[in-house]
Write a protein that binds this ligand. Structure first.
Ligand SMILES: [Zn+2]
Length: 276
């Protein structure tokens, strides 16, 4: 599942590829991709709309359209966009197509979890998908104080707390593990037991790991025919510190990274370096 840095890269790429272009027609092939909009309505709402720009909120890609509409897209597990020339065939699991004059933007999704929704731009942030999200990690609203107060109000393990998008926006399994490693905090610790000092380090680490990943992404060559969320599967320039490194030596202390299950998902951490 793409995390915030991947979605940032994809929305930037989409913005440079389709900003200013007009959707001449749109087709929805899998009804449940846009459960609030019937396929005929989907086509009608998007026909002859101009894409003003593409941005994102959390892991949601947002197409700001003419006529005061915004198309919200969540890629979930395997959704991806491709900008294809007219003569190129559709990918196997094509669920929606946006036609331009000489090419088209195709959304395909092998695992069928992707979601689209068209909302009035004026009330975009009231949409249920966006309303409860924590502030963007690089915004002033995401302060140490904010994180501390949220942590104090939660009794869940730190790891589960960090991947809850209403508490911290943008961290998934990978960057949560990396941020906890960088901050030296124990993933099993109940959130409300974190010291102010730990929260301070965690806050810094969350921004640092996301920032590094986005910077790393900025150097990647974007393939318009393959806008999906796997840019970082090989890690950032230096590779991960904790994520996906079970039984490999910690880069700090050489003891072996361990894996445990939390909320049904794997957490990777160093028992010696992450004691706080
Ligand atoms: Zn270590």
């Amino acid at each position: 599942m793409p995390e915030l840095p991947e979605v940032e890269l994809i929305s930037r790429s989409l913005n440079s590829l389709v900003k200013g272009r007009t959707i001449l027609s749109a087709k929805l092939f899998r009804e449940r991709l846009a459960p609030d909009t019937a396929p005929t309505e989907f086509s009608k709402k998007l026909r002859n709309t101009r894409i003003n720009f593409v941005h994102r909120r959390g892991k949601h890609i947002l197409f700001d359209l003419s006529g005061g509409k915004t198309l919200i897209v969540h890629l979930r597990m395997s959704g991806r966009f491709s900008l294809l020339a007219d003569e190129t065939e559709n990918p196997k699991f094509t669920h929606a197509i946006f036609h331009f004059d000489e090419d088209r933007l195709v959304f395909d999704d092998q695992r069928h979890f992707g979601l689209m929704k068209i909302v009035p731009t004026g009330v975009l942030y009231d949409a249920k998908e966006l309303k409860k999200l924590a502030p963007e990690p690089f915004s002033d609203a995401f302060s140490v104080e904010f994180l501390y107060n949220k942590a104090k109000a939660s009794k869940r393990s730190l790891k589960e707390f960090l991947i809850d998008q209403t508490k911290v926006c943008g961290l998934g399994n990978i960057y949560a593990c990396e941020a906890m490693f960088a901050a030296g905090v124990d993933p099993r610790k109940p959130s409300d037991k974190l010291s102010k000092q730990s929260v301070l380090r965690l806050h810094e680490s969350i921004r640092a790991v996301l920032h590094e990943a986005i910077n790393h992404a900025g150097n990647q060559v974007v393939d318009p025919e393959n806008l999906e969320g796997n840019y970082f599967s090989a890690g950032t320039t230096a590779g991960w510190f904790a994520y996906d490194r079970e039984n490999e030596p910690c880069r700090n202390c050489k003891s072996l990274i361990v894996r445990l299950k939390q909320g049904g998902r794997s957490t990777y951490y160093c028992r010696r370096c992450q004691r706080k």
